[in-house]
Ligand binder design. Structure first.
Ligand code: ZN
Length: 462
């Protein structure tokens, strides 16, 4: 049965609609902890109906009643991508359900093999609410104001699963969300801008790269009536200079929302400070070092995620979000409850290495690429790939947009910006060779290193 025709389901959604969106404002820290504990017990109970978890927990000798509160989480084994890959789809969902009761969402393959998890409609809607409530803190009403969301709606993506296969086929949501415009980040920026111009949203949520391209277009006179009161950036770390460029161009404020396929939204930037508020009513995060010990406040660690809601594939102490993130344990003066993130460093697997043993993460490289947008004001690079051949040689492949080839700065100027930027990060002796290609291989990561890190003494992150 379609869950939307089920009165109990509609009631649950109604409750979410009215209460959950502001939950992080209403709850004291104590109430939030007890909500977390209650939700965790529910998720553990459900995990024991899911063959994969039952098998893993049985092997470890774990019983349902061992896990009563968040502090018991450390008793559970860490769940990896390989655990998911070794099990069939029907072993990832409660055994009293079938695959058809869920929507399948797949993680992208950029950091390894893609994997699929199964979510129910309640999770999809709660994930969307989690996203929308971030804008409440910035005085935008998702019910009154017009909202444009520029998602990744390529056929294989999680967002296509969540939105196109989950949300939109449903007539009920057509009405509830009629103030939302869905746009595709795989479209050309000019097309996205034309749609925004027609809709004139008060809020735009999109990927960092697309937002940068839109800002370049705006400086060229496109989208005269695109004047959002607020912009949210997701997917990549926002370089401060790029942020300033987007804010100045659109005369608006930009903040960051952090999320992942497997979990939906995870955290968002506080309206009053640079820190991020974790959606602690929806998930719990742990931050661990290489040997699995919790890192101190403000130190980068690997994320372990425990999702506290949803009837599909449970996510419990899951380690494959693959980001380096630093927690903040010091108090933060704010009316939002829940845990805090101090800094998000970005993907841990997409990394280059420096002679001195420092790791250069993708987020550090993005500050080079974003200069094209805010310094050269060009979006003529459509795709690119960085290959670190060895510690002394870096190759950069770029795909040029043919429509823009003769507009704005020359390709040579662009290459000079790359060369200068990479030499700043890797030292003057590094050779940087840039050249054009017709296309880049989309199945491989965009940033590849052939350096074997075991030959280096790793000394930390740049
Ligand atoms: Zn705050």
């Amino acid at each position: 049965m379609n869950p939307f025709f089920n009165p109990a389901f509609l009631f649950r959604i109604g409750k979410g609609y009215m209460f959950d969106i502001s939950r992080l404002h209403r709850l004291s820290d104590n109430k939030l902890r007890s909500l977390q504990n209650k939700q965790l017990r529910k998720m553990i109970k459900r995990a024991f109906t899911v063959p994969m978890y039952r098998e893993i927990y049985k092997k470890e000798g774990i019983e349902k009643q061992d896990i009563q509160t968040i502090s018991d989480l450390e008793k559970l084994p860490i769940i990896t991508k390989e655990d998911f890959a070794q099990h069939k789809p029907n072993e990832l969902i409660p055994s009293n359900k079938t695959i058809n009761d869920f929507v399948k969402v797949s993680t992208s393959g950029t950091t390894g093999k893609s994997l699929s998890i199964y979510v129910d409609m309640y999770e999809i809607v709660m994930g969307l609410f989690g996203y929308l409530r971030t804008i409440n803190d910035y005085n935008i009403s998702w019910r009154k104001d017009k909202i444009s969301i520029i998602g990744d709606f390529a056929p294989h993506t999680a967002e296509t699963g969540y939105v196109k296969r989950g949300l939109l086929p449903n007539t009920m949501f057509g009405n509830v969300f009629k103030t939302i415009q869905w746009l595709d980040t795989n479209s050309k920026p000019e097309e996205v801008m034309a749609d925004l111009e027609k809709f004139r949203p008060q809020f735009i949520g999109g990927y960092t790269g697309m937002l940068g391209h839109l800002a370049v277009l705006k400086t060229q006179g496109y989208g005269k009536h695109v004047q959002p009161k607020l912009i949210a950036s997701t997917g990549a770390l926002l370089d401060p200079n790029l942020k300033k460029f987007i804010e100045e161009t659109f005369e608006t404020k930009v903040f960051e929302v952090y999320g992942a396929t497997e979990t939906g939204p995870i955290a968002y930037q506080c309206a009053n400070a640079g820190v991020y508020h974790i959606m602690s009513d929806l998930l719990h995060l742990e931050f661990i070092d290489e040997i699995g010990k919790p890192v101190p406040s403000k130190n980068g660690g690997h994320l372990l995620v425990t999702k506290l809601f949803g009837g599909g594939t449970p996510i419990l102490r899951y380690n494959a979000i693959n980001d380096i993130v630093a927690p903040l344990y010091e108090p933060h003066q704010c009316n939002v409850s829940g845990d805090l993130i101090f800094k998000i460093y970005g993907r841990d697997k997409i990394r280059l290495f420096r002679k001195d043993g420092k790791i250069v993460l993708a987020s550090s490289l993005s500050s080079i690429f974003s200069r094209l947008l805010y310094e050269l004001k060009t979006s003529k690079i459509r795709e690119m790939k960085v290959i670190q051949k060895n510690l002394d040689e870096i190759e950069i492949q770029v795909v040029i947009d043919e429509d823009l080839r003769d507009i704005g700065p020359s390709i040579n100027e662009i290459f000079q910006v790359f060369e200068k930027g990479f030499k700043e990060k890797f030292g003057n002796t590094v050779s940087v060779s840039c050249h054009e290609v017709k296309k880049v291989n989309r199945d491989e990561p965009r940033i590849i290193s052939n350096v074997d890190p075991s030959t280096l003494k790793i000394t930390g992150y740049v």
